[in-house]
Ligand binder design. Structure first.
Ligand SMILES: Cc1ncc(COP(=O)(O)O)c(C=O)c1O
Length: 449
């Protein structure tokens, strides 16, 4: 009889309750680390209301309400009887409104038929992977970034995470992208970037778009995306779900605007979730090469991942009003920006006073890259720093490990959608006091893990 393997301490291993019952993909699925960290923060805040919860990428509806016109539009659409299945690619009015909105605000030449509406950005991301990636195909993304590992796992791709550097705002260089395009089927890029709150620079995005065109021409595809290549084309999934949330002087770029020749190989993903504080409404879309709309929409339809019809009707009306959209962009960006700038300036002022912290200037999204430079000084891991910040400073943040970045370098994400501006001053004071206590303790050899 074969002895069951024992673990390092001589105990029987705990049997996996899922073994043999579910697929390997399902058995290996992990829940989102951000949500686990956020749950801990919510529980801590229930015990101590002074905790400043900067974990979850969502909005507190008291501070960030969806635009009144959107809310009223949904109620009106329900009263008008828009309560049935929508078409799998979305109602024509919303497809046309998204195309018009992109032409007007981004200068992106989008045909109505290229737009597929779905229930937020996630189904659009999943359908992009399902449409283009076969098991074993090479896929590429840059870390830190949000959730790409889960999509790679669900699609069983041969995924490469490419490291980036803080001095490049955590974006890759054109050279780094170029090196990984050979053989890649899908490259995933997000800007403004979750978790860093940084925005890809014009020259970097243009360089990536040019490299994409070169690679697909090399594979034998026609410049207009037609013809028959020797190998499948490389697709760029450009996730711009935060593009309307950014600093006043920060520009947002689109690969297909900078380099129109790359358009046949780009999928744009977007949603109203973040920019209109409407994460629970579930309206998003993909702009896909028109030739793939039919299978793409069929995937969305079979998953039942269409956006609710009343929300689609209201979003179409809302996006068709340039003033309402611009006012909302300005209001949201100002409210988010005030919080990010308060945190950034507080951290920089501590840094100037010699404390071991740093932050990257906020550019877009609802996030700030925050560094506690204490690895090797009482801490070995970012996770230890996270727990210490929660305990000693009442500050709940998410380590970059939750975004597939393995380096224990003290980088953490602050997310500001669920905090009030007034909470930040006291939180920064507690942070400073905790840092000083820690440094004093180090002088006496204490460890804080
Ligand atoms: C970069 C990025 N893309 C997509 C999403 C998901 O958006 P949605 O809620 O519309 O599915 C998120 C959510 O946090 C995100 O950070």
């Amino acid at each position: 009889m074969v002895e069951p393997a024992k673990d390092g301490r001589g105990r029987e291993p705990t049997p996996d309750p899922l073994a043999g019952r579910v697929t390997e993909i399902a058995a290996a699925m992990r829940s989102n680390r951000i949500i686990e960290v956020a749950r801990e923060a919510v529980a801590a805040k229930a015990r101590d209301p002074s905790i400043c919860n900067l974990t979850i990428g969502d909005f507190d509806p008291e501070s960030f309400r969806i635009p009144a016109e959107l809310r009223e539009g949904i109620v009106r659409a329900l009263e008008e009887g828009h309560t049935n299945y929508p078409p799998p690619d979305g109602i024509p009015e919303l497809k046309a409104a998204v195309a018009g909105f992109y032409r007007r605000e981004l200068g992106l030449d989008v045909a109505d038929e290229a737009v597929c509406i779905c229930s937020g950005a996630r189904p659009a991301i999943y359908a992009t992977w399902r449409t283009f990636v076969r098991p074993g195909d090479r896929t590429v993304s840059f870390r830190p970034a949000w959730n790409v590992g889960y999509y790679a796992h669900m699609n069983q791709s041969d995924h490469r995470f490419v490291a980036t550097r803080a001095e490049h705002d955590f974006f890759p260089t054109v050279e780094e992208v170029r090196r990984h395009l050979r053989g890649a089927r899908l490259v995933v890029l997000n800007s403004p970037l979750n978790p860093t709150g940084t925005v890809v620079k014009r020259e970097v995005l243009a360089g990536i778009a040019e490299a994409l065109v070169e690679e697909n021409l090399r594979r034998g595809w026609d410049p207009d995306g037609g013809g028959r290549g020797r190998e499948p084309p490389c697709i760029l999934l450009y996730d711009q779900v935060y593009w309307m949330l950014r600093g006043q002087w920060i520009e947002h770029f689109n690969p297909a605007v900078l380099v129109p020749e790359c358009a046949p190989w780009v999928v744009h993903v977007d949603a109203i979730s973040k920019c209109f504080a409407a994460t629970g409404l579930r309206v998003g879309w993909a702009v896909v090469p028109p030739a793939v709309l039919a299978p793409f929409a069929a995937l969305i339809g079979h998953m039942g991942a269409w956006a609710p019809r009343a929300e689609q009707v209201a979003t179409a009306r809302f996006l068709s009003s340039p003033e309402l959209v611009r006012d909302t962009m300005v209001r949201m960006s100002e409210e988010v920006g005030a919080r990010l700038v308060t945190l950034y300036e507080g951290i920089q002022s501590m840094r100037r006073r010699g404390l071991p912290v740093d932050a990257i200037p906020p550019q877009g999204a609802i996030h700030l890259s925050f560094r506690v430079d204490l690895i090797g000084r009482g801490f070995d891991t970012n996770e230890q720093i996270r727990r210490w910040l929660l305990r000693e400073a009442g500050l709940a943040v998410v380590p970059f490990q939750a975004f597939d970045m393995p380096e224990e370098s003290g980088w953490l994400r602050m997310s500001v959608g669920t905090v009030r501006l007034a909470e930040l001053g006291p939180a920064l004071e507690r942070l400073e006091a905790a840092l000083r206590r820690h440094l004093d303790g180090l002088g006496t050899g204490a460890r804080s893990g």
